[in-house]
Design a protein around this ligand. Structure first.
Ligand code: SF4
Ligand code: SF4
Ligand code: SF4
Length: 224
């Protein structure tokens, strides 16, 4: 297994060390490349590669193409790798050019979040170990939020919350602490952005600056 970093804050790699259980799962893999975690690394072929971060220059582009060639399974880890992350908001202001992995290579799985959740990571690794297809949530954050019995922050305080158009999996962390979701898990498969923005136009700016600013769904709908 290999873990790689591109333009990112390293936060997703830290998810590997968050729980004692994670270390137990981790021990069952032969980790040959992980600069953040070990001093001896071998860059060769990989059964499983986790990639954090977005692609920002020619060197990055060559590196991700090479990692793809060497990897049987490539996992985009976190909002930066899946959709460009918060730094990709700069694309639309002409400040920089940074893009998600799937612009350059085929991605086998996505682990959403900013950062990814350690629970999802453990679940993913256990699925790989048992030869099962990893699970993903295909419903919005609102469902998890309601299951937790939260009072809606939009109804209660009039705050912007992207929960209706964002895929679940985080356990509705932000609304549970009384703030709106800013979209780090990325959009549900078919978000009804027209309806959402018609009823809630204040959400437009939050979507543009969310951790998934470059996501193709948002890009097509918001920057046409
Ligand atoms: S997705 Fe978030 S936590 Fe992960 S590397 Fe990017 S900015 Fe950091
Ligand atoms: S707080 Fe957000 S996630 Fe929760 S129900 Fe309201 S809109 Fe949905
Ligand atoms: S509530 Fe929204 S912003 Fe907060 S962790 Fe979940 S998906 Fe990310």
């Amino acid at each position: 297994m290999g873990v790689f970093k591109f333009s990112s804050c390293d936060g997703c790699q830290i998810a590997f060390f968050e729980f004692r259980e994670m270390l137990q799962v981790f021990e069952r893999f032969d980790v040959v490349y992980f600069l953040e975690a070990q001093s001896e690394n071998i860059y060769e072929e990989f059964d499983l590669s986790f990639v954090e971060g977005s692609v920002s220059n020619e060197e990055d582009k060559e590196r991700i193409l090479d990692i793809r060639k060497r990897s049987k399974i490539l996992v985009a880890m976190g909002a930066c790798a899946i959709s460009g992350g918060v730094q990709s908001a700069g694309n639309f202001e002409g400040i920089l050019k940074t893009e998600p992995l799937d612009v350059f290579v085929e991605v086998d799985y996505e682990l959403p979040g900013c950062p990814v959740s350690s629970d999802l990571l453990v679940d993913f690794l256990m699925s790989i170990l048992h030869g099962k297809r990893p699970r993903t949530a295909e419903y919005p954050v609102c469902l998890e939020c309601k299951r937790k019995g939260n009072i809606c922050v939009t109804v209660l305080k009039g705050e912007v919350c992207l929960g209706p158009v964002i895929r679940a999996g985080c356990g509705a962390i932000c609304p549970s602490f009384g703030r709106g979701c800013y979209g780090c898990y990325g959009p549900v498969q078919k978000p009804n952005l027209e309806s959402f923005l018609t009823h809630f136009p204040q959400a437009h700016d939050v979507l543009k600056l969310s951790a998934n600013a470059y996501n193709k769904v948002y890009k097509e709908k918001l920057w046409r």
